[in-house]
Each structure stands twice: as structure tokens, then as C-alpha cells.
Design a protein around this ligand. Structure first.
Ligand code: ADP
Length: 469
């Protein structure tokens, strides 16, 4: 039983459906055949009964008058019985088989009314017997053979079996063909899936195949669409993953590179310091100051890297401590610091209250980075303007400078990590290329956006943050 079940589970869907169809057809054929045979049998039985009673009814009047012997039609048996004390004896002249005992019993029973019976004679096979009372204790009995009737029914059964077997064979063959055609799209899809499985996605992340073809019915079409949507989804996910990996790789490479520069400088200055300690003590301090400067640059870089990594992880330990703050106040404080630290850049401000739920230290970092850029990437004397306003559901901060601006091609990449406009004007101003990346990551972490618009003489960085409710 278990082996059968396992074999059934291994059979293909097409074969299963065909077999199921065959079994169903077999049941239908059996029911139809049995019903037809039954109806035919009943009909022939009734015909024989009618013939029996008709022949008896024509003989009865004659017998009543003459009390002679009945006529025997065809190969029928026929006799007139006299019944005395429940025992029937045949009158001479009738036609009876050798073992007529059963007939005498039926005749004895029929003295009170018509009796119809099926009997089986020893030599002649099945017979239909009809007995009816004549008068004063006489009974007319006729027996017609059922052999022909049975033969007819038998023939019908053979015809049925033949026709049904043929129909079943045609059904199975055609069904198998149609099913194979219908299931071909599924087989094709399985083939596609196999192709993808044998494709090395790490070497070439572009999935080369799709389940092609059309038709096959609504369900197959649906499945194909779902299949292709899934493939497209995997495709984009893989692409995104590859892209993220590539970005990370570049980030690590850039970070190492950026860290190597101050390290090399420090090593160089350390050598110089050792040399100066022995030969030119006056220059020692200068070398020491350089070492300090490079170390400070390095720690800024490492701080920024750490902050970016944490913001990227967006884990529970997000380095933000949000509280209700007024952005206008923060901007004023940043502006004061800027005015004190960068007297070469005239600064103007305009602000109205804009309360936000944010980490004040980090927002200050955003403002400082933008203001520092406006100072270091523009010539001395360039005017800078900071504005804070609430607009709709947003707090909007704008840092504008009247500097030379940023080329449109660079504007797209300006927020990328380690991106610096390679320009003799900005080179050597100590930037790490992380300032705007940090701004963008911090603003995004606060649920806001940052954008730039720039033309010569007017560069504006716009930060939008959700207003506190
Ligand atoms: P960093 O300032 O450390 O170089 P940033 O990410 O802050 O790095 O800026 C990236 C680049 O964008 C800078 O190198 C500079 O060329 C350009 N940039 C930023 N702000 C301005 C500005 N206000 N005016 C002109 N160029 C700017």
C-alpha cells in the first residue's frame, strides 16, 4: 500500500490527471452500461410477459367451451392442469418438458389467480412461466424460453463493453496529448528555473533568462507573470546588493586612502622632529605643531567615519538623542560661532521660530558643516546668509553664499562620500570630502532632506526637517 502511494506521488501531474480521468470515465461507463442493460432486460421481460398473456387470453374462451388441450406456440410448453386438493395433474394432449414437477407446483398455486414465475429447466435452461385459472379447478399454464432474451442482453453487454473500451482508449490517448500540450508552459518554466539555478549569480548578477512564451490558459499566464515578476525582483535585489557591496568596498578603500595621507605626514614630521631635536632645536616646535595638526585632521576623519557607519547601520544604537529644540536658536548660535571664527566672511541671518524634535548637537554639526563649506570653498570676503523659517509642516534652513558656485555635474555627486571638487581653489584646504555626506546622513536620520542649487554668485544648501507637532 505504502509502495503504491509512493509510486503515485512520484508520477507526473499529466499522468495523474489522465489516470484520474480514466477512472472517472470507467465509473460513468459502468453506471451507464448497467442502467442501459437493466432497462433493456426489463423491456424484454415485459414483452415476453405480454406475449404469454396474449396467447393465453386468445386460448381461454376456446378452452372454457371445449376443455380440449391448449395449442403450443413456437417452442413454448403449454398444458391444461386439473387441480384437486392442491395437487395439479396435467390433462393429456399438452406439451410439457421431462422435469415438469416445478410446473405442476406453479399450476397448483394458480388455481386462485394468475401466477408469473422464472424457472430453470434441467435440459432447457431459463423459462418464463405464466399460469391462470380457467374454471372449475382447471389451470392453463404456458412456459416461454428466456434463452433468446438472455442472449440479446448478453450481446448488448458485449457491444457496450467494446464501445466503452474504445471510448476509454481514445479518451486516454487524446487526454494525454492535450494535457502534455497544456502542461508544456509549466515544463518550460521549470527549465528556466533550472537554467537560473545553474547560473553563477556571483560572477554575473544579471539573470539572463525569463520565462518566455504566451498562452496556456489564465492560470498558466498568471503563474508566468508571477514567475517573471519574482525574477525581476531577484534581479533588482541582486543589483542593489552588488551596488551596496561596491559602495562599501569603495568607501573602505577611500577611507584607508584618506587615513594614509595624514599618517604618512605624521611619520615624515616625526623623522624631521628627531632630526631637528639633534641639529636644529629651534624647528622642533614647528614640527610638533604639524604633527598635532595632522592628528587633529585624522581624528575628525575618524569621528566622521564612525558617525557615518553608525547612521548607516541604523541599529538600536543610532547616535541621536532627540529633544524639542528651536532650529532658529541653533542657527543663531552657529552663526555667532561662524562670525567669531571666520571674520573674513560677512554673515547675515534671518530667522523665525521653527521647533523640531531632533538631536541639537547633531543639527549644530549640520549647520557648522554647511557654514564651514561656505567659508572654505569661497574666496575671502564672500557674503554668507543663513535663514530659518517654518513652511507648512516643515522647518526650512537655507545656507546661501555668493561664491563661485558648483558645476552642475559636480552638484550631483557633491553628497557622495569622499567626493571633492578637484579644483586648485579648493585643493589643500584640508577638507576630507565627508562633510556633506555627514550632513546628508544626519538630515536623513532626522527624517528630512537636503538639496543644493548653485549658480555662479549664488550657492544655496536647503535643509528641510519635519516641524514638531
Ligand atoms: P569637504 O568640504 O571636506 O571637501 P564636503 O563633502 O563638505 O567635503 O564638500 C564636498 C565638495 O563640495 C567640496 O570639496 C567643495 O568642492 C564642494 N562644496 C561644498 N560646499 C560648497 C560651497 N558652498 N561652494 C562651493 N563648493 C562647495
Amino acid at each position: 500500500m505504502k509502495r503504491w502511494y509512493r509510486a503515485w506521488q512520484r508520477t507526473r501531474l499529466g499522468t495523474r490527471i489522465t489516470l484520474g480521468l480514466g477512472a472517472l470515465a470507467l465509473v460513468v461507463f459502468a453506471v451507464v452500461g448497467a442502467t442501459m442493460t437493466g432497462i433493456m432486460h426489463g423491456y424484454l421481460d415485459r414483452r415476453l410477459d405480454e406475449q404469454l398473456s396474449k396467447s393465453q387470453n386468445t386460448q381461454l374462451p376456446l378452452l372454457r367451451e371445449t376443455h380440449g388441450s391448449p395449442q403450443s406456440v413456437f417452442s413454448w410448453y403449454s398444458a391444461l392442469y386439473r387441480v384437486r386438493d392442491g395437487v395439479a395433474t396435467p390433462e393429456p394432449g399438452g406439451k410439457l418438458p421431462e422435469d415438469a414437477k416445478q410446473l405442476a407446483d406453479i399450476a397448483a398455486e394458480a388455481v386462485n389467480g394468475d401466477v408469473t414465475r422464472n424457472i430453470r429447466l434441467r435440459d432447457d435452461g431459463p423459462y418464463r412461466v405464466r399460469a391462470c385459472p380457467v374454471d372449475n379447478g382447471s389451470v392453463l399454464l404456458s412456459a416461454a424460453p428466456q434463452k433468446d432474451l438472455d442472449a440479446t442482453v448478453q450481446q448488448l453487454i458485449w457491444v457496450e463493453v467494446g464501445a466503452f473500451a474504445f471510448a476509454l482508449a481514445v479518451l486516454l490517448v487524446l487526454g494525454r496529448l492535450v494535457l502534455r500540450r497544456g502542461l508544456r508552459p509549466l515544463a518550460d518554466m521549470a527549465g528556466t528555473a533550472h537554467d537560473i539555478a545553474s547560473h553563477d549569480l556571483t560572477a554575473d548578477p544579471d539573470l539572463p533568462v525569463r520565462a518566455a512564451g504566451t498562452g496556456g490558459g489564465a492560470e498558466v499566464e498568471e503563474l508566468r507573470t508571477a514567475f517573471n515578476v519574482m525574477l525581476a525582483h531577484i534581479d533588482t535585489s541582486l543589483a542593489a546588493k552588488t551596488e551596496a557591496n561596491e559602495r562599501l568596498r569603495r568607501f573602505v578603500a577611500d577611507a584607508s586612502h584618506e587615513l594614509r595621507t595624514p599618517l604618512t605626514s605624521i611619520r615624515g614630521y616625526a623623522d624631521l622632529f628627531r632630526y631637528a631635536a639633534a641639529n636644529e632645536p629651534a624647528e622642533r616646535e614647528a614640527h610638533l605643531a604639524k604633527i598635532r595638526e595632522e592628528t587633529a585632521r585624522m581624528s575628525v576623519l575618524v569621528d566622521d567615519l564612525l558617525l557615518l557607519a553608525r547612521l548607516d547601520a541604523r541599529a538600536a544604537e543610532t547616535p541621536l538623542r532627540p529633544e524639542r529644540v528651536d532650529l532658529a536658536e541653533l542657527a543663531r548660535a552657529a552663526a555667532d560661532a561662524f562670525a567669531a571664527g571666520r571674520p573674513g566672511h560677512p554673515l547675515t541671518t534671518s530667522s523665525s521660530a521653527a521647533p523640531v524634535d531632533a538631536d541639537p548637537l547633531r543639527l549644530r554639526q549640520v549647520l557648522d558643516n554647511l557654514l564651514t563649506n561656505a567659508a572654505v570653498h569661497t574666496p575671502p570676503g564672500t557674503a554668507v546668509h543663513v535663514s530659518v523659517a517654518a513652511s507648512g509642516s516643515e522647518a526650512v534652513v537655507r545656507v546661501t553664499d555668493a561664491g563661485p558656485g558648483i558645476a552642475p555635474a559636480d552638484q550631483e555627486r557633491i553628497f557622495d562620500r569622499f567626493f571633492r571638487v578637484d579644483d586648485s581653489r579648493t585643493r589643500g584646504n584640508g577638507g576630507t570630502g565627508l562633510g556633506l555626506s555627514v550632513v546628508q546622513s544626519l538630515v536623513t536620520a532626522h527624517g528630512g532632506t537636503v538639496s543644493v542649487s548653485s549658480e555662479p554668485g549664488r550657492t544655496t544648501f536647503t535643509v528641510r526637517l519635519p516641524l514638531a507637532r
